[in-house]
Design a protein around this ligand. Structure first.
Ligand SMILES: Cc1ncc(COP(=O)(O)O)c(C=O)c1O
Length: 381
């Protein structure tokens, strides 16, 4: 089956008879309009490139699928989508929902902690897209979103919904590209497959594990983080001790209290998988930069998030195994750091170039729930 037909089949298995399969197929066809190619990078290692969609990050799969489904099941009821972003979700969600009738989108992001081009991509749209630069880190933004969902008045008045990976529809969409990757691999690579996932909030890894519950042959996953290493330390020492979030080159993974971790634990508990199914590691900024240079030497230009996943994969791959790492964003989204690390100037793809010179339309807000509440009620119709 091709990517779209197979994805619709997988999603229908979850959606059951709540929506007819033809309707799921139509939505998936409209959402997944771009490929997810597997590209060889080194001996026995390939990248699954997930950045060929309109906002050049893997979030386009989940954001667009969610938007198409919501318009189907929402029956025109007014809805407010509230989302926190560490850089890429915001753009995918903003572009997927831009201009939709009866949908208002509020996106919170940590001020000064996302790349300038990430910010331009979603904070220059206006219309039904409201962007808010929060004086705090991503964990603070995510905590505000959770508080909003505990506020009955806000939920009722605004018809609140989330486009974060709290929302299972996003993760369901992400399951599909793991199958697409395996389909592109030769049979012998499928027998001993190791998948390395650059992780922040652990949604992408959760989607990979869900794919495994459906029978996808993955020998082990690697949970790859930057210096925000709550999960690797937990897997090593058995203690959940989040440190304050630190800023790194891979800013979209600057998360120290990942929302999806309880899902990962629950899947392991229910499936009784051995702990060796989940390898882990963290990579600091110096090693990330060194790895990007090494990859460029192999003829592959990468960005900091994918480079972390590649690094841990190449360090742990055993003879006979085949490694796949997720290319979660286009290198040009991180042009400033990629250019300075590689000593070259990346061309800007058209989707970024058209937004790069537009003025930012964001509001600013302290990391306080009362400030968010006031803003949201002011935006109410
Ligand atoms: C480029 C990039 N890589 C990796 C991640 C981490 O994904 P997750 O939060 O699902 O672990 C993100 C998430 O924001 C991202 O934007």
């Amino acid at each position: 089956m091709d990517f779209v037909a197979r994805s619709a089949r997988i999603l229908s298995a979850y959606i059951g008879d709540e929506l007819p399969p033809e309707s799921v197929l139509a939505r998936v066809t409209a959402a997944f309009e771009f490929p997810a190619p597997v590209v060889p990078v080194a001996k026995d290692i390939a990248a699954l490139e997930l950045f060929h969609g309109p906002t050049m990050a893997f979030k386009d799969f989940g954001g667009r699928f969610m938007a198409k489904m919501l318009t189907e099941v929402g029956q025109g009821q007014p809805v407010t989508i509230l989302t926190a972003t560490s850089g890429d979700t915001g753009a995918a969600v903003a572009h997927a929902f831009y201009g939709l009738k009866n949908v208002r989108v509020v996106i919170l992001y940590p001020e000064g902690k996302i790349s300038p081009l990430q910010e331009k991509l979603f904070c220059t749209l206006g219309g039904n897209i409201h962007t808010v630069a929060v004086e705090g880190d991503f964990d603070a933004c995510q905590a505000l979103v959770k508080q909003a969902f505990d506020d009955e008045e806000l939920k009722q008045t605004l018809g609140l919904n989330s486009a974060n990976s709290i929302n299972i529809s996003r993760l369901l969409a992400q399951i599909c590209y793991y199958f697409e990757a395996v389909e592109q691999l030769p049979q012998q690579a499928r027998n001993q497959l190791v998948v390395s996932v650059p992780s922040g909030n652990f949604g992408d890894l959760t989607a990979g594990l869900l794919a495994k519950t459906l029978g996808l042959p993955v020998k082990r996953f690697i949970a790859a983080t930057n210096a925000n290493d709550t999960v690797p330390r937990f897997l090593r020492d058995g203690k959940w001790l989040p440190n304050p979030t630190v800023a790194t080159l891979s800013n979209a993974m600057d998360v120290s209290q990942p929302n999806n971790w309880p899902r990962v634990e629950e899947l392991f508990r229910r499936k009784n998988w051995p702990l060796t199914t989940l390898d882990y590691g963290c990579v600091d900024d110096n090693t990330t930069a060194e790895t990007m240079r090494e990859m460029a030497g192999l003829g592959y230009i990468s960005e900091p998030h994918a480079a972390i996943a590649y690094r841990l994969l190449r360090d742990s791959l055993q003879p006979g195994e085949y490694g796949l790492f997720l290319g979660t964003a286009h290198p040009a989204k991180f042009k400033e750091s990629v250019d300075s690390i590689l000593g070259q100037s990346l061309p800007l793809p058209p989707a970024l170039a058209v937004r790069a010179t537009l003025p930012l339309l964001s509001e600013r807000m302290p990391a306080s729930f009362s400030a968010l509440r006031t803003l949201m009620l002011w935006l109410a119709p």
